[in-house]
Unconditional design. Structure first.
Ligand SMILES: Cc1cc2nc3c(=O)[nH]c(=O)nc-3n(C[C@@H](O)[C@@H](O)[C@H](O)COP(=O)(O)OP(=O)(O)OC[C@H]3O[C@@H](n4cnc5c(N)ncnc54)[C@H](O)[C@@H]3O)c2cc1C
Ligand code: FES
Ligand code: FES
Lengths: 772, 487
């Protein structure tokens, strides 16, 4: 029986993903599933086989002669500007003309009748080049005097040098943090269909349709209004399709215009992984001063990142690493520096957390250093350093932490997961278990929400109500599995008080909502939900005015009830009411807009309020390691996570579970391995190992902090959820560290580098056992 | 010998006959490009992600058995005589979702949905076999399916709940079973099939003798068994494989028998097909077997192929060498037997003459006092290639080591016996000290390489520790667990 007193798909209620039935039946169309027009051609990239070289010439004769080939595209075929750098720094050509900058860099494209023909032909190119010395990682790059790809950032507060010198204890060390491939199940793909005049339509899998549109216009040398970019859904994005799709859109569009035929480009998985960017690896040097109680006095840390050959999004990514190098802790005196290093590797890019995780894990490393050095339970050290009151509430970027809920949240998890008793039992059991050792860790996360590029914090939406009462909803966000369309439709359903099924969610297209921001920084529902709500409010205001006029009642006597509208004593079905409004010539369509209030950021000064609010969470993980082989198992994880008042608890829990496992993968088995020539050797799922079902915690309890409410006026007082829980995976890393530390009585910090592969775990065990 | 030049099979409900099927044409491209059955996805084209999972049903001793396989590396020619089932076949005609599908929807088992059709197919196959699986069974069934969004928990919850949505008895495949069985039987005409362009020919011999003949006729042909290696030569390396001689349909090559003191496995038996019998006689291989690849690959890949490919990191050679296995090589009617370790000459070179094929593998059954173990170490527990694999077989008589065979994978250019370690153990009393000495002796046996799977130092340290583990696990005085249980 349907409950008539509440609409279906109401906000704050579980609602199944709007495409779920199509997903399971195989009828959800991704870009590669769109029926191709007659004569569609296929493009494929030809790539470099060296990491750094002067490019002297390309001999493509054999490529052109190969069966099925229609032609090739080189830099010379680009009608507009040969640049797709998302920052406008002009440092990222579609195809290079003078210099090869990384192994696997696209040098040209071949266009053929079939994808198979194009792929085979691409391998036939002869590249004439003169090798140059290369620097692959940030340490080598600094040593070789490589430049920054973008301006570094400094955050400072207090007086670091004297505070460090005066601190009772001091530790300096280095941590290496590996990158991560997105390994979205659907790889990159773009499909361009030429139109009249300058026009071209590009279907693709991008998180940032507006940028793809502007880039395509830029390389074609046409105005943006000639280019339409459409995204129905992505098979995963995670940041990897924010700027990285530009290349594929550009190539498909140039080829489509050149041959006046539809052109599709889809790299294979190896090319997807070698030619597109990943999470930044970092090498972090830290210097901490603290006292016997474990309180931090001062922190001085430098964050060198492998940015790759161009800036891409490395500026904001390395900035965000610094913004999160405090995680949840107050540093009385602090200096943080970023070194966004140019390297001869693929240009690194956005990935869920956007540098934040690399900052957070360093904060947690410093905490465990202090805990091992002082012989305390790391949780006590964490608590001793949490942001608090009395001046202990200012971040290194001078934003006051006003909404901290970690004391309560961590306290609840500590009790709920029975952390103290389990830790005690583990320490006792470890003493009697020669081979298998266990570890447990409870780690918090505090994550700042907003794009640090302040102008990105805007969104648009378009809502039409048709005269039968059905609603068409469009917004600037993109659907990559996170359930954004479902949540925004819930907001609209709630505002109109109509059943979810009355709302049709359509593909994202630059034709309907212009100048959108990337669906990134966890901002999707915060921004687009508000923009859609704004559109609905406009339509509702017109409807209320109309009803008040027509039925001669006060505006506040007009009420939107579940699927009905009450006007004084009159009750009409929503559909009948809309029909009347239409007959009375009320405009039933509106474009909504939203911009986030309160935020500002002065990068020069390193000072401001870059974040509208913070999202919080904590996880407690227990692991067992095998000290003979370094293999391990996650025995149990308990999570308590803050999403404010959830728009859709089921989808939010799904985000938390998925992000945790992805974060755990980053820190455990996902290893990017370049050889000395700069070739990525872990470039497909056969060699790059993301978690499987059997890797997830054996016991996995995930809860939302249902008492939490955003103190800011966000959409329905919810909080962003995409990225923050990613960092809950740090609990696994810290638990592994404790298990390793057990072989040296928990007094030596194992200083595991990430990812903690079985090899790193065994080598650390062996190092600690040897006492070196 | 009668020849046929068409591949014939049943796709979902329809009979399909295709002329001119080239050796390297994949099932996935056929489904997506030729038939526009786009529910089946390509995520990697190398058998590792499972997005392309479909079911292939074969008549096995007259019974129709469906198994999930990777369409991306399965060659189209190899589905001759089979029933291919794609995700489009599951929902009812009225659009009503199948129990597997509805359970996934209700448990929020999809986010981006790209992995989903593959999960649907794996779980569908599991549910038909085991309607009420345990969590461990679900995980084993899903070793070949990656999901980057959900973290898997909702999928596992759905998998366990499927039976509440319906019973396999009412399932479309089961309802059609008699009909499809009859149609497949009719397709089996005992012909040799030859199809495809001359430089890319597919040859399906009529039986094993015909295979021997085909190979004598085409000594340079590529033998394709499960295609879990050869498939990647095509999809990743774009290597031509024609003419290719397919063996996956040859029932005789799949037989597993026990005669006297030897278990004999046909070279064409897939990992799945030989699993039960193998484990009955060698229980120490149970956990190990489940860690070779994922379910889909185990349903295709063969032990014969794992040996014949000569890889230094194949998982079966070390354990088979430790057990003293011998292989039978056949050319035409001539057969010769060879201890398995002698087959591997050096990296990339095996003792196999042109026109010869591996026909079977014989493994001596365990003798009294024999203690066996098989260990695999990999970066990720499941569906990963070993950084080190070990087969250890030690016979203890009156507390003294009277025989031992130890072989490692991942430590040299071939799967190789650890002769110095064996010597360190032989005639020694059963003791931790003897195994510590053997671990030390491994340095004389091996100089491993460093690569993306593991460094040389790690390989050496871990290999030695596996010998220590073996002692701890088999010593009566040791009670603490010496390796991680699945839990
Ligand atoms: C995703 C994935 C995961 C994997 N994981 C593992 C793993 O964990 N451990 C592991 O060991 N392997 C693993 N493999 C590889 C493994 O599946 C193969 O080595 C398999 O055993 C080969 O058997 P096949 O029948 O598929 O051989 P094919 O690919 O058909 O052939 C392999 C080679 O053997 C030859 N050949 C096949 N049969 C014969 C015969 N009877 N006589 C002579 N030559 C023959 C072929 O010509 C070819 O050279 C994995 C593969 C994939 C795709
Ligand atoms: S496409 Fe990944 S396994 Fe087939
Ligand atoms: S739902 Fe996106 S990969 Fe599984």
């Amino acid at each position: 029986m349907k409950d008539m007193s509440i609409i279906s798909g109401a906000v704050h209620h579980d609602r199944i993903h709007d495409s779920a039935a199509k997903h399971v039946s195989g009828s959800a169309d991704y870009t590669d599933d769109i029926a191709m027009p007659e004569g569609t051609l296929h493009a494929y990239l030809g790539v470099s086989q060296v990491a750094h070289a002067r490019l002297l010439g390309l001999d493509l004769a054999a490529v052109r002669r190969a069966p099925g080939v229609v032609g090739v595209l080189t830099a010379a075929d680009i009608p507009g500007i040969n640049d797709i750098s998302p920052t406008g720094l002009n440092d990222e050509p579609v195809f290079p003309t003078d210099k090869i900058q990384f192994h696997g860099q696209p040098l040209f494209a071949v266009v053929a009748e079939t994808r198979d023909a194009a792929r085979r032909a691409a391998a036939l190119a002869r590249v004439d080049c003169e090798a140059l010395p290369c620097a692959l990682d940030p340490v080598a790059a600094r040593a070789a005097g490589y430049p920054y790809v973008t301006a570094p950032l400094k955050l400072a507060r207090g007086d670091v040098a004297p505070a460090l010198a005066a601190a009772p204890h001091r530790i300096t060390a280095r941590m290496r943090i590996g990158g991560q491939d997105h390994m979205y199940l659907e790889g990159h793909i773009a499909f361009a269909i030429p139109g009249e005049d300058d026009d071209v339509v590009v279907h693709c899998s991008t998180q940032h349709p507006s940028e793809a549109q502007h880039m395509v216009a830029h390389v074609l040398g046409v105005p943006s209004n000639a280019v339409t970019v459409n995204v129905r859904r992505m098979g995963g994005g995670f940041g990897g399709k924010e700027s990285q799709m530009n290349l594929f859109c550009a190539v498909a569009a140039i080829a489509a215009k050149k041959w006046n035929r539809a052109v599709k480009i889809r790299p294979d998985r190896d090319q997807d992984m070698t030619a597109t960017g990943k999470r930044h690896d970092f090498v972090v040097d830290y210097d901490i001063g603290f006292d016997e109680a474990g309180r931090i006095h001062a922190v001085d840390a430098s964050f060198a990142a492998r940015c790759g050959f161009s800036a891409d999004l490395s500026g904001p990514v390395t900035d965000r690493a610094l913004f999160h190098a405090d995680n949840a802790y107050f540093y009385p005196n602090v200096r943080l520096e970023s070194h966004p290093m140019k390297t001869n590797t693929v240009s690194n890019t956005a990935f869920r957390g956007f540098g934040g995780p690399q900052g957070v894990i360093v904060a947690e490393r410093m905490i465990e250093e202090i805990a091992f050095a002082t012989g305390q339970d790391p949780l006590d050290v964490r608590k001793a350093n949490f942001y608090g009151q009395d001046g202990r509430d200012v971040t290194p970027y001078h934003q006051q932490v006003e909404d901290n809920i970690l004391d309560r949240l961590v306290g609840e998890l500590e009790t709920g997961a029975d952390y103290r008793a389990r830790r005690k039992a583990i320490i006792a059991d470890n003493a009697n278990s020669p081979v298998l050792k266990r570890g447990i860790a409870l780690t918090p996360v505090k994550f700042g929400i907003s794009f640090t590029a302040t102008w990105y914090n805007q969104a648009g939406a378009l809502v039409h109500v048709y005269n039968d009462g059905s609603v068409h909803l469009n917004h600037g966000g993109t659907e990559m599995g996170q359930g954004l369309n479902t949540k925004v439709a819930q907001v609209v359903a709630d505002a109109f008080q109509i059943d979810f099924e009355r709302i049709k969610i359509t593909r994202t297209t630059t034709e309907k909502v212009p100048n959108t921001s990337a669906t990134a920084a966890s901002s999707g529902s915060d921004l687009n939900g508000m923009a859609a709500l704004n559109a609905v409010e406009q339509i509702k205001a017109r409807l209320v005015a109309f009803a008040a006029r027509k039925w001669e009642v006060e505006p506040d006597a007009v009420e939107f009830l579940p699927n009905e509208v009450r006007i004084g004593d009159v009750v009409l079905s929503f559909d009948a009411f809309i029909r009347q409004a239409y007959m009375a010539r009320v405009q039933l369509s509106a474009a909504g807009f939203y911009k986030t209030p309160k935020i500002h950021w002065d990068r020069q000064k390193g000072c401001g309020r870059p974040f509208y609010y913070f999202a919080y969470g904590a996880a407690c993980s227990e692991v067992t390691i095998d000290t003979l082989t370094g293999e391990y198992r996650v025995d149990r994880t308990d999570i308590l996570h803050d999403v404010g008042r959830s728009l859709n608890p089921a989808l939010d829990k799904g985000q938390v579970e998925g992000a945790f496992v992805q974060g755990m993968g980053w820190l455990t088995t996902e290893e990017l391995w370049w050889d000395a020539e700069g070739r990525l050797r872990t470039h497909a799922p056969s060699t790059y190992k993301i978690p499987l079902a059997s890797d997830r915690p054996r016991i996995f309890n995930v809860n939302l902090a249902d008492w939490s409410e955003n103190r800011e006026l966000t959409i329905k007082r919810s909080k962003a959820v995409g990225e923050p829980p990613f960092m809950l995976g740090v609990s696994v890393f810290e638990a592994l560290s404790m298990a390793v530390a057990s072989v040296a009585d928990y007094r030596v910090c194992p200083r595991l580098d990430a990812p903690a592969t079985p090899e790193r775990v065994l080598m650390a065990v062996s190092r600690l056992q040897a006492g070196t | 010998m009668t020849l046929r030049s068409e591949i014939r099979f049943v796709l979902n409900g329809r009979d399909v006959a295709l002329a001119d099927v080239g050796a390297d044409r994949t099932l996935l491209d056929f489904l997506r490009l030729d038939r526009r059955l786009t529910g089946t996805k390509e995520g990697c084209a190398e058998g590792d992600c499972g997005a392309c999972t479909v079911l292939v049903g074969r008549l096995t001793q007259g019974r129709l058995v469906h198994a999930p396989v990777n369409a991306c590396i399965r060659f189209l020619a190899s589905v001759d005589g089979c029933h291919v089932v794609t995700v489009e076949h599951l929902a009812g005609r009225d659009g009503q979702l199948h129990p597997v599908q509805q359970a996934l929807v209700d448990h929020h088992g999809t986010q981006c949905g790209f992995c989903t059709p593959g999960f649907v197919m794996s779980l569908y196959a599991l549910w038909m076999e085991v309607p009420e699986p345990s969590e461990a069974q679900v995980e084993t069934a899903l070793q070949g399916n990656l999901c980057r969004c959900t973290g898997y928990s909702p999928i596992i919850r759905a998998a366990i709940a499927i039976s509440r949505y319906g019973s396999p008895a009412a399932d479309p495949i089961n309802r059609e079973r008699d009909d499809i069985t009859a149609r497949l039987k009719a397709l089996h005409d005992g012909c040799r099939v030859v199809t495809g362009p001359t430089d890319n020919q597919s040859i399906l011999p009529a039986d094993t003798d015909d295979l021997a003949e085909c190979l004598v006729e085409n000594p340079g042909a590529t033998i394709v068994a499960g295609a879990t290696d050869v498939g990647l030569w095509v999809t990743k390396l774009l290597r031509p494989i024609g003419p290719a001689i397919f063996t996956g349909h040859l029932d005789e090559l799949k037989t597993v028998t026990v005669a006297g003191d030897t278990l004999t496995i046909g070279a064409g038996a897939s990992y799945t097909e030989c699993q039960d019998q193998l484990i009955r006689h060698f229980p120490h291989l149970a956990a190990y077997w489940d860690r070779i690849a994922g379910w889909q690959v185990r349903n295709m890949g063969t032990v014969g192929g794992n040996i014949a490919n000569g890889s230094p990191i194949g998982d079966t050679p070390p354990v088979l060498i430790a057990l003293g296995a011998e292989i039978t090589l056949r050319r035409g009617a001539a057969r010769r037997m060879l201890p398995l370790e002698s087959f591997f000459i050096e990296y990339g070179k095996q003792d196999r003459a042109p026109g010869e094929f591996v026909e079977q593998i014989g493994i001596p059954l365990p003798r009294p006092g024999q203690r066996d173990a098989a260990y695999k170490i990999s970066k990720r527990r499941d569906e990963d290639i070993s950084s080190v694999a070990a087969g250890i077989s030690v016979t203890v008589t009156n507390d003294r080591i009277t025989a031992c065979r130890i072989a490692f994978g991942g430590m040299a250019g071939t799967p190789k016996r650890a002769k110095a370690a064996e010597a360190a153990l032989l005639s020694q009393p059963w003791s931790g000290a003897a195994f510590a000495a053997a671990a030390e002796a491994l340095r004389q046996d091996f100089t491993p390489l460093s690569d993306w799977r593991a460094s040389a130092d790690y390989r050496m340290l871990a290999a030695g520790n596996l010998l220590r583990r073996f002692f701890l696990e088999h010593d009566a005085a040791e009670t603490a667990p010496a390796q991680l249980a699945r839990a």
